[in-house]
Design a protein around this ligand. Structure first.
Ligand code: ATP
Length: 275
């Protein structure tokens, strides 16, 4: 499915707006060091960054899950639909329409597909049945496997179930943490197309990915995070064409030749973003 590219529109109202956010774990581990980011309504925004950059921490701050990990927002703000949310509990944030799909496909392995979906749907305005039909429409394979124990699904099916369960609460904004992680290329394509379809049906998406090619191919705008800071943000098309991004994330030199992993690792040691 071809992604529809929309021009970045900085005048459009931000559905989600993060300003100078600082997050500390265990009172001492300073992980986010003044992050600012905006997600406009109806868009797909990609957040890229190497392991440990702080991407998951940012998502936890947005969905209210920092507490569970002994983390807290010490400075800055998160505003969603005009409302400050950075000190609200996760249930309240979820009721405002933000839903996070955690990295690693955290489904209830002992429950069936249908039971997993029911768990996700109890707070939704529409009936569980209506939302389940919508999810089955998006993910027909889940309909075929509705009575199957979730733990026996393939990795790709479990990712679809995790996304489907999140959609059961009719979120206005979906936070996806590495949905392509560990999946075969064909399945990554399917997940990519599904994200486009979910977005086209009106859900704003913040997509955290290490698969930069996949994320930037469908995003409107992209942010690059390093060591707890945003070091670059541009329209996704421009990021895809940026020589640093191509070399660092896509393993491609300026002339388009694939670099070896060793070259890329060497590059990582040699050069820090915008330093
Ligand atoms: P990855 O893709 O590897 O998950 P990431 O960009 O999502 O990377 P985070 O998981 O947010 O990065 O981690 C950022 C930093 O915060 C890392 O140094 C990590 O060790 C640290 N960190 C994460 N969770 C905690 C925690 N609960 N307590 C202390 N430090 C943590």
């Amino acid at each position: 499915m071809a992604a529809t590219m929309r021009p970045a529109d900085t005048d459009a109202p931000a559905l989600l707006s993060v300003t100078n956010l600082e997050v500390v774990y265990d009172d001492v581990i300073h992980v986010l060091k003044g992050v600012s980011l905006r997600v406009e309504e109806g868009r797909i925004v990609a957040l890229l960054g190497a392991n440990g950059a702080g991407k998951t921490t940012l998502l936890r701050a947005l969905s209210g899950l920092l507490d569970v990990h002994d983390g807290e927002v010490t400075k800055g703000s998160v505003i969603y639909a005009g409302r400050k949310i950075h000190h609200l509990p996760p249930t309240k944030i979820a009721s405002l329409g933000i839903k996070q799909v955690l990295e690693g496909r955290r489904i209830f392995a002992e429950l069936t597909v249908e039971e997993n979906l029911r768990v996700g749907g109890h707070v939704a305005p529409r009936s569980v049945k209506q939302n389940m039909e919508r999810v089955y429409g998006l993910f027909p394979v889940l309909a075929e496997r509705r009575k199957r124990t979730a733990g026996y699904l393939s990795g790709g099916e479990q990712q679809m179930l995790a996304m489907g369960r999140a959609l059961m609460s009719e979120p206005s904004c979906l936070l996806l943490d590495e949905p392509s992680l560990g999946l075969a290329p064909l399945i990554v394509q399917q997940i990519r197309d599904l994200i486009v379809e979910i977005n086209a049906s009106g859900t704003t998406v913040l997509l955290v990915e290490q698969n930069a090619t996949m994320a930037l191919s469908i995003a409107d705008h992209g942010y690059v995070m390093e060591n707890g800071k945003i070091v670059m943000d541009k329209p996704a098309k421009e990021l895809l064409a940026d020589s640093d991004v191509r070399e660092f994330y896509l393993g491609l030199g300026a002339e388009g030749s694939a670099k070896s992993f060793r070259d890329v690792k060497h590059y990582k040691r040699r050069k820090r973003w915008l330093s």
